[in-house]
Write a protein that binds this ligand. Sequence first.
Ligand SMILES: [Zn+2]
Length: 302
Amino acid sequence: MASRPKVSEMMLAFDEHVAEQLKATPEVLTTEGEIDVADLFINVPKWRKYAKVSCVFADLAGSTNLRKGRWEASTASIYESAVRPAVVILDEFGADFIDIQGDAAFGLFVGDYSRSRAICAGITIKTFGEQVLVPALHKKWPNDPPETGFKIGCAISDLLGKKIGISGTAHNAPVWAGRAVNYAAKCSQQAQAHEMIVTKPIAEAIQDNEYLFYSCECADSPVELWKDRTIEKVAETDKAGMILSSSWCKRCGDSYSEKICSGSWKRPDLDEFRMSEVKDKYQKVLNFRDSNAKQIRRGIYG
Ligand SMILES: [Zn+2]
């Protein structure tokens, strides 16, 4: 060690630092365009504010159990084989910022179709876990395959960003204040392996997109892929979320994700289905009216 740290001197210096930081109201600069880490301030109380940032959080399930009874090298190889593809997927879908935290990774998306790109990245990581990673682990350890898979969360909010740490060294990192990262992590914590949970504002975008909300043409008739899910420990605005258990269809995944990420939402193959849904609703109204009329005639009402 080059120098001997003096605890009492550090405490004195930090006393001043904390007082100074708490006194000043940090300046917030609204920043348009993509997130560039090089733009983030360090050492000064200045934060950049980015509007409507979508966050995808991907966490490897059961990773603490992976260590049990296995060689360290095997666990390390599972980490590497699982986390790198998650990062590549976030990058391919155009994440502005990607961070790795142990066996988890998250990506931040802003700009054109950022919400759709974030959702598609999440589904793709989940698909990788289910269709590639887990089958490979089962092949390698057929008798006792490690139980794992990605747990995905997705949320959106404005975010404040700045770098915290020691400038001019490797010991500083971007820090994000705001709901998106926190809530995406909470969604991921509340998911099981191969599940994706999204907050209410993300769920609303999914419900408005037929490529995301309904099963593909390969299914007999379109079914809703997402179920309602109440998210714990988040604000009322985000609570009423949804959960997805299925992955991309091997046949339709490419074309669907491309359409979703370029702003398409209406599926031509669902024209007939949409009409029958409308008819169905209309029929229900008619039936209700008829039964009401009968009840009125029978003197139940009035
Ligand atoms: Zn399909």
